[in-house]
Design a protein around this ligand. Structure first.
Ligand code: ZN
Length: 385
């Protein structure tokens, strides 16, 4: 099933990262980690309620680029990230918002193209300036309601499972196709405006979807690869593939490295990721990076450490640990924690050392006036249940 012709073409022109892992399996904490190169325990933006805020004491990528003379622009479609809702708007000159309804990728691309046309006129007038454009496409995302039904159940042959699960898979694919087409239209416009060649272009995601794997219909409550692994394509750092593991927190340091911005002391101290440029140059088969992810949605309280070989999951709400051999068991179905107690002990010690090495904050709850319409929007996309 060909779902991503435009993204495939982009990945051939750029660097494709084979294993990219987010630090949280749902939008708000994950985007905060991308934007600050910190873990959820440090940025504290981890609760579903709109008052859960990204603390203003952290420096975001938009703030750094703004301070270095970039026009900083965003078009967002996720209600969690609306201006005034979670604090991620720090550092943006201009932010637009679209909806999450079927067809949102096309509408978001329309807004983005309007902004790009405006910015290219501004850049012609002011050759000193550069731009940072952050686009948050809502699809593909639960609930799976594509605008077009290019694929139907009949196209798939036997998928197994319940009909609800099969429909999820088909509609998820349909949303991917729609989003890929919208991104393709955006890339064509960048070429048309003469902005494509020199731009660093990153395509990634803040989380995956479980599609009923591990008993999870969508995402947020568990730390399996189905929601933690994301696509990552970077055009502008050479061509090829890095097969080794990288993380969401590495994206900000990579952008700053490419832009030639040397982080000052406070920012260097804050950022827990590293630039991926050396791995891109080497086309590294392995990076040796360990990825740590956390979630505290609703009653769940979990964290995990993932190497290129193993994952140790700590499920505090049930007082259990799971160990998976990711090479032999990519679907994470066989818990090996009893077979390998020494490995469990070593990875647990690493997690504890990590927790002791980063600044920890209580979830940051700001007392904001939240309008009922926003709460409705969040419920419509599966939150605040
Ligand atoms: Zn999301």
């Amino acid at each position: 099933m060909e779902t991503t012709p435009n993204l495939d073409a982009l990945s051939r022109e750029g660097m494709l990262f084979g294993i990219a892992v987010v630090q949280a399996p749902w939008t708000k904490p994950s985007v905060a980690s991308f934007f600050t190169s910190t873990y959820a325990s440090t940025h504290g933006c981890i609760k579903e309620q709109p008052g859960s805020f990204l603390t203003s004491s952290l420096i975001t990528i938009a703030e750094v680029l703004e301070a270095h003379g970039y026009y900083t622009l965003a078009v967002n479609s996720n209600p969690h990230l609306k201006p005034g809702t979670s604090g991620w708007d720090q550092g943006f000159h201009l932010m637009k918002h679209t909806d999450t309804k079927p067809g949102n990728p096309e509408r978001l691309t329309d807004e983005a193209i309007a902004l790009l046309r405006g910015i290219s006129a501004l850049l012609e007038k002011n050759a000193e300036k550069r731009f940072f454009l952050y686009l948050f496409y809502f699809d593909p995302h639960y609930p799976f309601e594509p605008a077009h039904k290019r694929f139907t159940l009949e196209d798939y042959g036997p998928l197994g499972g319940l009909e609800g699960k099969r429909r999820c898979i088909v509609n998820y694919d349909n949303e991917i196709v729609d989003t890929d087409a919208a991104v393709g239209r955006l890339l064509a416009e960048l070429k048309e405006l003469g902005l494509y060649e020199e731009s660093l272009i990153i395509v990634t995601a803040d989380h995956g979807e479980s599609l009923h794997e591990h008993g999870e219909a969508n995402h947020g409550l568990k730390l399996y690869d189905s929601t933690l692994r994301i696509p990552l394509i970077i055009k502008g750092v050479g061509q090829g593939r890095v097969a080794g593991q990288v993380r969401a927190i590495d994206v900000m340091p990579t952008v700053l490295d490419v832009a030639g911005i040397r982080p000052d002391g406070a920012l260097r101290e804050q950022m827990k990721g590293i630039s991926l440029l050396p791995f891109a140059r080497k086309q590294a088969e392995r990076t040796g990076l360990r990825a740590i992810s956390e979630t505290q949605m609703r009653e769940c309280n979990q964290r995990c450490i993932r190497t290129e070989e193993y994952k140790l999951m700590q499920i505090f709400e049930h007082g259990v640990e799971h160990l998976y051999d990711l090479r032999a068991d990519a679907r994470e179905e066989e818990d090996l924690s009893e077979e390998h107690p020494e490995l469990v002990a070593r990875m647990t010690a690493e997690l504890e050392a990590w927790a002791g090495s980063i600044p920890q904050v209580e979830p940051v709850m700001e007392d904001r006036q939240i309008d009922e319409a926003l709460l409705e929007e969040l419920r419509a996309i599966g939150y605040l249940r």
